[in-house]
Design a protein around this ligand. Sequence first.
Ligand code: PEP
Ligand code: MN
Length: 339
Amino acid sequence: MIIVMKKGVSREQLLEVKQRIRELGYKPHVIHGETRNVIGAVGDERGKSVLQALESMSGVEAVVPILKPYKLASREISPTSSVIELAPGVAIGGQKLVVMAGPCSVESEEQLLETARAVKAAGATVLRGGAFKPRTSPYAFQGLEEEGLKLLDLARQATGLPIITEVVNPRDVELVARYADILQVGARNIQNFPLLKLLGQQEKPVLLKRGMATTIQEFLMSAEYILAEGNRKVILCERGIRTFETATRNTLDISAVPVLKEHTHLPVVIDPSHATGHASLVPAMCYAGVAAGCDGLLVEVHNNPETATCDGPQSLRPEDFAATMEKIRQFAAVAGRTV
Ligand code: PEP
Ligand code: MN
């Protein structure tokens, strides 16, 4: 339910309503709007009609049901797009696009620092790199784990770029959160609900990747798991879905961008690397993402793709990334954005 507060209500009135929501067995989430505040009351859907009684409380304008199955993620509760701070001076969801770039996996100090310096010089604002890798084969490189996180920290110090890295196992959430600026949930973990709940209890922003066979509604329900625990900093990432087509690794669902923008206030990022699987196709999908209205891009870049332990064929060389960034700036300008 959405509890719409009257204009100019006092702090005490707001606290009283929040308290009453808790007494009724629901969780209040205050959303500060431009003209008035609303409180999302979320919890067991079955008994939600008890919340209607809040209408008689002072300061309450109306109690309105949220029609969508996802509540805190929906535009119904928050018509204004969310702007999420990723690190001091870096925010996503506003006018400025955020380009996150770097290798699929952290492999060595030399590989990471060289790539980090190159993506920074080209204008990326976040460094990506996997330390825990969710590989299809148990025999494939699984990542450097904490050693990889330490190298990411080193790269952050060397370049000033905040870092995004994946957490695969609920057991590692605390560890990864100690190093990362943004926690990534991979496509394969989209419905790992215990992991999502733990991430909902973290302060750090979470980038949630759409699963390869996840509908938009399921995607938003997974985001809801994180939001419902109290973490409002959720970024959605479209990274391609499974179709019958084999010319590309996945099929980039570009229409997911405007669809998501219609239904949610959360920022949307495009990952053209996992979507296509081929470096030659990545630039065009970056431009398509920007044209479709995405808030950011997550691009794999490697200083030497031929030797990459993971996803070399889809990784851009630094010079190709720099050229792509130049063109991204032009498409962004047409879309009314900056990079
Ligand atoms: C990744 O970003 O390196 C990754 C594993 O992506 P996905 O979860 O989308 O497959
Ligand atoms: Mn990868």
